[in-house]
Design a protein around this ligand. Structure first.
Ligand code: ADP
Length: 474
């Protein structure tokens, strides 16, 4: 099987056309052959009948006289197309319309002649005789007894017609083969041209040139569809690679800040003799930076494992109502310090099959954000409900809200609305922009969802949706 699609299409077109032509020509040839032979047979039947009529009319005459008669009446010519013969019952020649007749004498029929029907036979030509078709009939004459009446027709003309037909068919098949080969080759070349152009462009697309696209021919056919699909795929790959590049740059940036600070601390401690108090201060500050570093690396590792589906979920039935109460109790003192009131509205006991540690982290993270970004006194309302097979936790705050331009990006890794609130030791070590990304990945791993709506200056509404245990008590 040739490897090139172009060659395969060409060969297929040629062989199909060739096959059709051969079948059509063979059918035509067989049809012509049969129809010519049928016509010759019908003609010979008529001639034999006419010959028989003459014989019956001249029955009492001498054979010589009859022979003269038929040579005159039936137009028998030496070497002519049509010859009449009268044979006795043993096949011996009695009369012939052709004086140069070299037909076998005596003639032995291939099978005994029927008493009623005319028999048609073909004598394929040999050195002495041309190919002949003849019709023989047994008749009984009053004076001459049982005889065989025979008319013979030379098949030269028929053979010539058939031979012309064979040549026409052969030429037609040959022409069809050449034309279909050329046509198939042209069609294949034209239809494969866009594919060749796509291959050429695809070769030049590398990781550094992901903005290139494969060309479209504009015909809206399957190949254009393929080009569209490839281009859409390239767009997704480009966006993915850009995300990875951005993520790598952000991660490096986040790690560089504490690392630079740690180096600065070490240089400060070693640059000249320091008092124990000074060294203690340096070590305490360094410890904060170590905590930030380990937090960032832990979060990155968790995200990578969640992305790869390698973070095992220890799912077990768990009361979300109890969990919310525990997390709220933990954050109440911090909220009170900032003049924030936390209200819990949970009329039902809602149970879900969850990894308790991870979902606790999600609720803590979201409550922490609500308090952290409140920007002054206010309130946070937590609502818990279970309906239609899902458990929903609402965390609504009356804080400053998220600007509309930032809202679509808050799930991106390392994205922070206020970049100034970066990783600084002591005050706010948790603001690294990975919290919401981790929350969403954890919820997706549970088959859940995280939705955020926010109005700047009014507050933020966070919705956590989790699949609920079907038989959870209400
Ligand atoms: P981090 O809190 O570590 O900065 P997050 O991924 O949790 O990172 O949040 C991303 C950004 O979304 C935050 O920088 C913050 O600006 C904004 N944000 C999240 N939650 C709230 C909220 N409840 N109110 C206002 N802004 C919020």
């Amino acid at each position: 099987m040739p490897r090139s699609v172009r060659t395969r299409i060409t060969l297929l077109a040629t062989s199909v056309t060739l096959g059709i032509c051969i079948v059509v020509c063979t059918a035509l040839y067989i049809g012509l052959f049969l129809s010519l032979h049928r016509e010759v047979d019908a003609f010979l039947d008529g001639e034999v009948r006419e010959f028989q009529a003459i014989l019956e009319h001249e029955e009492d005459d001498e054979l010589k006289e009859i022979e003269r008669e038929i040579r005159n009446e039936l137009g028998g010519r030496p070497g002519g197309d049509l010859t009449f013969r009268l044979l006795d019952a043993q096949g011996r020649l009695l009369i012939t319309s052709d004086p140069t007749d070299s037909f076998p004498n005596p003639w032995v029929p291939a099978q005994p002649l029927s008493a009623t029907d005319a028999e048609h036979q073909t004598h394929s030509g040999n050195g002495l005789l041309p190919s002949l078709r003849f019709c023989s009939r047994r008749v009984t004459l009053r004076r001459h007894g049982d005889v065989i009446v025979q008319a013979t027709y030379r098949l030269d003309r028929v053979d010539r017609s058939l031979s012309v037909c064979r040549w026409v068919c052969f030429t037609a098949v040959l022409l069809a083969a050449i034309l279909s080969f050329l046509g198939g080759h042209m069609v294949a070349r034209n239809s494969m041209r866009p594919v060749a152009a796509m291959t050429q462009s695809a070769r030049s697309i590398t990781a550094k040139q992901l903005s290139l696209r494969v060309p479209r021919s504009g015909t809206n056919d399957e190949i254009d569809e393929l080009a569209n699909t490839l281009n859409n795929m390239l767009e997704r790959i480009e966006a993915g690679v850009q995300r990875i590049q951005q993520f790598t740059a952000d991660a490096a940036h986040e790690l560089r800040t504490p690392l630079t600070a740690l180096r600065g601390n070490a240089e400060f401690a070693l640059s000249q003799p320091r008092s124990v108090e000074q060294l203690k201060g340096v070590i305490e500050q360094s410890l904060d930076y170590y905590r930030i570093l380990s937090r960032v690396t832990d979060d990155l590792l968790l995200l990578a494992r969640l992305d790869a589906g390698q973070e095992p979920l220890q799912a077990e039935p768990c009361s979300l109502s109890l969990m919310v109460d525990e997390v709220v109790d933990l954050y109440r003192p911090l909220a009170a310090d900032h003049g924030i009131e936390i209200r819990v509205h949970s009329p039902d006991v809602v149970t879900a099959s969850i990894d308790a540690g991870k979902i606790r982290r999600v609720i803590s993270n979201l409550l922490d954000n609500a308090i952290k970004y409140m920007g002054g006194p206010g309130s946070v309302t937590i609502g818990l409900s279970g309906m239609n097979g899902t458990a929903t936790i609402h965390i609504d705050d009356t804080g400053s809200g998220i600007p509309p331009d930032d809202l679509p990006h808050i799930f991106e890794r390392f994205y922070r609305v206020d970049r100034a609130r970066s990783v600084t030791p002591g005050s706010d070590t948790r603001s690294i922009g990975l919290g919401l990304a981790i929350c969403r990945s954890i919820l997706h791993a549970h088959g859940g969802e995280l939705n955020i709506q926010s109005t700047q200056g009014k507050g933020t509404k966070v919705e956590v949706v989790l699949p609920r245990l079907p038989d959870s008590p209400r």
